[in-house]
Design a protein around this ligand. Structure first.
Ligand code: SF4
Length: 386
C-alpha cells in the first residue's frame, strides 16, 4: 500500500520496525545515554537538554509474553505484558534509564516490576495530575524540577534553563515539520499513507532529534514531488492511544481506504501545539502537557473537548468516518470509545470501534470489519445526498 518513494522515509520505516537502529547505536558508541519513556506526559526536552536521547519505549517485534506472565496476568493490558517481556529478554538493554508516570494501574505495575527485576541503572517516576489548571501546572512543574535534578545528579550533567530553551526549540521544530507533513494529507490526493505517516512519527521517538528533523525536511520535499494517491474508497480518521505498529494501519488501508488523519498518542495529539519558548522552561513544559496540547483520556472533565477534537479533525482532514481502536483490557480507552461513539453518532459521522491486542496476531477480522464499515460509509454518503 506504499505511496512514497523516499530515502528519508526508508530510514524512518526501518527504525519503526525495530527497537534499536543505526542512528541510536551510533549515538551510544559516542558515549551518549539513552533514557526510555515508559509512556506519554514525560517531557522529552529535559532529557535532550541533558545531552541524552529520549526514547519512547515500545515492544515492536515482541513474539510473546511467556516471561512476563510470571508478574502479569490476562487482566493486564497486552501493551504492558509485551513491554515487560521485551525488558526481561534484554531487548531494551540499550536503555541507560527509564522514566515513568502514573498513567494507569497497568503502567504503575510495569514500572514497579521493571525496577524489581530488570534493574535498568537509572529509574525515575513522575506523578502527573488528573486535573488541569493553574494549581496542577505548578504541581507538575515541581515534579519536573525533581526530574531535572535527578538526571543532573545521576549523569553528572547540567541542565540549565538555556539548554532547556534550546531543546524546546528543537522539539518544536519537529512538531512544526510534522504538522507540515499532516497538512499535505488534507488534500484530495495525499502523498503519504496512514501507515507511512505512523512510521514517520514513531521514528521521531527513537533517534537523535537533529538527524530526524533533517530527514523529515527531505521527506516533506519528496512528498511535495510525489503524485500521491487517489482512487481510494474512503478517507479515515484513526483514533486511539499508543498505536505504534504501522502494520495495523496498513491492514486497515489494505481494504482500499486511506487513513488521512488521526487522533493518536504518536500522532496529532503529540504535535497539535508547540511548547512556549519564552519564560520559565519547566513551567512551559508543564503547561504544555496539562493545558496546551489536546487533553488525554485520563484528565478529568475534558471528555467533551476530546470528542470535539475528533470531530474537528474529521472536518479538517475531510474524513468520511472514524475508526477507533483500543486494547481489550484498557478501561481508559474502553470508556473513551463508548463516549466517542455517542458523540460521533450525534454528529452523524460513521464510526467503527475495534479491539485489538498490542501485537497484531490476526488481520482477517479487522479486514472484514473495515469492509463492512465501508458499507456504512456508503449509506451515510447516500443519506447525506438525498
Ligand atoms: S493501553 Fe490502556 S491499560 Fe494499557 S497502558 Fe495504555 S492506558 Fe494503560
Amino acid at each position: 500500500m506504499a505511496i512514497i518513494n523516499s530515502e528519508a522515509f526508508r530510514e524512518f520505516e526501518n527504525d519503526a520496525k525495530t527497537l534499536s537502529n543505526p542512528a541510536l547505536e551510533d549515538f551510544r558508541k559516542k558515549g551518549g545515554k539513552v533514557i526510555g519513556l515508559m509512556y506519554h506526559f514525560i517531557p522529552e526536552e529535559i532529557i535532550t537538554a541533558g545531552g541524552m536521547l529520549p526514547y519512547r519505549m515500545r515492544a515492536t517485534g515482541s513474539k510473546g509474553t511467556e516471561m512476563s506472565d510470571s508478574c502479569f496476568t490476562q487482566i493486564n493490558c497486552s501493551l504492558v505484558r509485551h513491554f515487560y517481556d521485551s525488558g526481561l529478554k534484554g531487548r531494551m538493554a540499550f536503555l541507560d534509564g527509564v522514566v515513568s508516570v502514573n498513567n494507569c494501574d497497568h503502567i504503575r505495575r510495569l514500572y514497579d516490576n521493571w525496577k524489581w527485576k530488570i534493574k535498568t541503572p537509572y529509574m525515575h517516576f513522575l506523578c502527573f495530575p488528573k486535573k488541569t489548571g493553574k494549581e496542577q501546572v505548578k504541581w507538575y512543574r515541581e515534579q519536573l524540577e525533581g526530574f531535572r535534578k535527578s538526571l543532573e545528579e545521576t549523569f553528572k550533567v547540567r541542565i540549565t534553563d538555556e539548554k532547556l530553551h534550546d531543546a524546546i526549540k528543537l522539539h518544536n521544530e519537529t512538531r512544526r515539520l510534522q504538522r507540515e507533513l499532516y497538512e499535505l494529507r488534507k488534500g484530495d490526493v495525499p502523498p503519504i499513507t496512514g501507515a507511512e505517516t505512523l512510521s514517520t512519527m514513531v521514528a521521531a521517538t527513537c533517534m537523535p532529534r537533529d538527524r530526524y528533523n533533517t530527514l523529515l525536511k527531505q521527506l516533506i520535499q519528496d512528498c511535495k514531488a510525489s503524485k500521491g494517491r487517489n482512487g481510494y474508497k474512503a478517507r479515515i480518521v484513526l483514533f486511539g492511544g499508543e498505536i505504534d505498529d504501522p502494520k495495523f494501519v496498513d491492514t486497515i488501508e489494505s481494504q482500499g481506504v486511506l487513513v488521512v488523519g488521526d487522533v493518536l498518542g504518536y500522532g496529532s495529539r503529540a504535535i497539535a501545539a508547540n511548547v512556549d519558548e519564552t519564560g520559565d522552561p519547566l513551567e512551559a513544559l508543564s503547561r504544555y502537557q496539562l493545558v496546551d496540547r489536546p487533553a488525554d483520556v485520563r484528565i478529568f472533565g475534558t471528555s467533551f473537548d476530546r470528542n470535539e477534537y475528533v470531530v474537528k479533525t474529521v472536518k479538517e482532514f475531510k474524513g468520511d468516518g472514524v475508526i477507533s481502536v483500543r486494547l481489550p483490557q484498557c478501561d481508559l480507552y474502553g470508556i473513551e470509545q463508548t463516549t466517542l461513539s455517542f458523540h460521533l453518532k450525534k454528529n452523524r459521522i460513521p464510526h467503527l470501534g475495534l479491539e485489538t491486542e498490542y501485537v497484531l496476531e490476526s488481520t482477517g477480522q479487522i479486514k472484514t470489519r473495515v469492509q463492512a464499515f465501508l458499507e456504512s460509509i456508503s449509506e451515510a454518503r447516500h443519506d447525506r445526498n438525498e
